[in-house]
Design a protein around this ligand. Structure first.
Ligand SMILES: *Cc1c(COP(=O)(O)O)cnc(C)c1O
Length: 427
C-alpha cells in the first residue's frame, strides 16, 4: 500500500507484530546473545543479518533509520551520533587521501571546517564554488580525482537554495554522486533524491528532533548510483575488502552497498553511533515532523514579511519570501514552504545586531536552530568566528547577519518581541 509522507512520519520504519510494543522499543543493550560461535561468525562475515555490538548497529537505531530512508525515498539509511559524523562518513566513505571533492561555499560552518581543515589534513582536497554557479562553472571545478559533489538544500545560515537538479546533472556527467545535506528542508519540504541526489544527509538535531533534546545525524542512500560502472573511481566499494574476508560491497549488497560499507567499516572504526535512547527521541520528533514543519514555515514567512517591511532592518533573506533572490529555486524545490529560519541585518551593523539580540525576551540567544522554542544567533561572533571576512562573505554570512529560528510560538508574539527590541535599540 502506498503511504503518503505524513503516514510514513507516524508509522514508517516499524510495524509491530502480534503482541509487540506499539512504540519503537528502546533496545538499550550494548551486545546481543548467540547460541553458537558459528552463528556469530556469520554476522562478522556479513553472511547473515543481525546484531552483535551496538557500536556498529542497534535495532532501535535501525528502525528509525528505516523510517528516514522511507521518508527520503532511499533504499537504506543509518543514524550517526551527530550531523557532523553523518557528513564526514558520507564523504569519507567514497573519498580517500589524494581525492578531491566539490562543495558549495555556502554550507554550515561546522561542515566547512570539517572539509577545509580536518579532511584536508587527511589529504582530501575540496574546491568550494558558489551555489549560483552556472553549468560551465561547475564543470570547471572537476578534476580527474573528483569523487563527490556536496551541497545543502537550504544552506545554514546563508539560506541560499541549492539547484539540486543542475548539480546532479553535472555530477553524473562526470560519473560522481551528489551528496545533499537536507537538514533545513527536511523530507517534508524537499526530497533531494527525486531531483537526482544520490546520498542524503541530515543533522537530526534540528527539525527532525525538533525539541532540542538530542544531537544526531543520518545518512540515506538512494541506491541509484552505479558504483560498478565507475569501478576504478570507487575501489572501496568495487574491490574486495580484506577486513571483511574479501567481500565486494557493490556486488554483494547492490543498491545498499553504500550504507553497508559505511556501517561495517566507518562505524566499526570510528564508532560515531547514535545512542538508542536518542534514536527514540528522534523517532518521536519524526512522528510530528509534518505538523511542526508546516507551522515553522508559516511563522518564518510571517516574521520575514514583518522584517521586510520594517525600516529599522537593512536586509532580509528568506527563500520563501517573494522577491528574495532564491524565491524561484525555493518555489521549484520547496513549493510547500522552506524553513523557519530567517536571516537579516539590523541597521547599525554588527554592534546593532548584538544590541538587538540582547533585548529579545521570547527569542533566546543560542547556538541552535529548528527548535520548538525560537532562538537567534550572531554567526560572525559565534559559529563562524574563526573565518576571515572574505570567507564570511563567501559563506554568505555578512558581519551584521542575525540568524533567527522561528519556533512554534504564536507568530504575533514573536513579531511583538522583535518590534520591542528594535524600539529599545532605536531610542
Ligand atoms: C547543524 C548542522 C550540521 C551539523 O549537525 P550536528 O548535529 O550539530 O553535528 C550539519 N549540517 C547542517 C545544515 C546543520 O544545520
Amino acid at each position: 500500500m502506498k503511504k503518503r509522507i505524513e503516514t510514513i512520519c507516524v508509522q514508517g520504519g516499524y510495524t509491530p507484530k502480534n503482541g509487540e510494543p506499539r512504540q519503537v522499543p528502546i533496545i538499550q543493550s550494548t551486545t546481543f546473545k548467540y547460541d553458537t560461535s558459528a552463528d556469530m561468525a556469520k554476522l562478522f562475515d556479513l553472511e547473515a543479518e543481525g546484531y552483535f555490538y551496538t557500536r556498529l548497529q542497534n535495532p532501535t537505531n535501525d528502525m528509525v533509520a528505516a523510517k528516514l530512508a522511507e521518508l527520503e525515498g532511499g533504499t537504506s539509511g543509518m543514524l550517526t551520533s551527530s550531523g557532523q559524523a553523518a557528513n564526514f562518513f558520507a564523504v569519507f566513505n567514497i573519498a580517500n587521501c589524494g581525492d578531491h571533492v566539490i562543495s558549495t561555499s555556502t554550507i554550515y560552518g561546522g561542515t566547512f571546517n570539517l572539509f577545509s581543515v580536518t579532511m584536508k589534513k587527511m589529504g582530501i582536497d575540496f574546491t568550494f564554488i558558489s551555489p549560483n554557479s552556472t553549468e560551465e562553472e561547475i564543470e570547471a571545478a572537476f578534476r580527474p580525482n573528483t569523487k563527490a559533489v556536496f551541497g545543502e538544500t537550504i544552506a545554514n545560515p546563508a539560506l541560499t537554495m541549492f539547484d539540486i537538479e543542475l548539480f546532479a546533472k553535472v555530477a553524473h556527467k562526470h560519473g560522481v554522486p551528489l551528496i545533499v545535506d537536507n537538514t533545513f528542508a527536511t523530507p517534508i519540504n524537499c526530497r533531494p533524491i527525486e531531483w537526482g541526489a544520490d546520498i542524503v544527509t541530515h543533522s537530526t538535531t534540528k527539525y527532525i528532533d525538533g525539541h532540542g533534546t538530542s544531537v544526531g545525524g543520518a545518512i540515506i542512500d538512494s541506491g541509484n548510483f552505479d558504483w560498478m560502472k565507475y569501478a576504478d573511481k570507487y575501489p572501496g566499494l568495487t574491490t574486495p575488502d580484506e577486513s571483511y574476508h574479501g567481500i565486494t560491497y557493490a556486488t554483494k549488497f547492490g543498491n545498499k552497498a553504500f550504507i553497508t560499507k559505511a556501517t561495517s567499516q566507518l562505524m566499526r572504526d570510528f564508532g560515531s553511533i547514535q545512542s538508542p535512547q536518542n534514536a527514540f527521541y528522534v523517532n518521536l520528533g519524526l512522528e510530528s515532523l509534518h505538523v511542526r514543519v508546516a507551522r515553522h514555515c508559516e511563522n518564518g514567512l510571517k516574521v520575514a514579511t514583518f522584517l521586510k517591511n520594517d525600516p529599522r532592518i537593512s536586509w532580509v533573506t528568506y527563500p520563501g519570501l517573494e522577491g528574495d533572490k532564491n524565491y524561484g529555486l525555493a518555489q521549484k524545490y520547496c513549493p510547500n514552504g522552506t524553513c523557519g529560519v530567517v536571516s537579516f541585518g539590523v541597521k547599525g551593523g554588527r554592534a546593532a545586531a548584538e544590541a538587538f539580540m540582547k533585548e529579545l525576551k521570547l527569542v533566546a540567544i543560542e547556538t541552535h536552530v529548528a527548535d520548538a522554542k525560537s532562538c537567534c544567533l550572531h554567526p560572525a561572533s559565534a559559529t563562524h568566528r574563526q573565518m576571515s571576512d572574505e570567507e564570511l562573505y563567501a559563506a554568505g554570512v555578512s558581519p551584521d547577519l542575525v540568524r533567527l529560528s522561528c519556533g512554534l510560538e504564536n507568530a504575533d508574539d514573536l513579531i511583538a518581541d522583535i518590534d520591542n527590541a528594535l524600539t529599545i535599540i532605536n531610542k
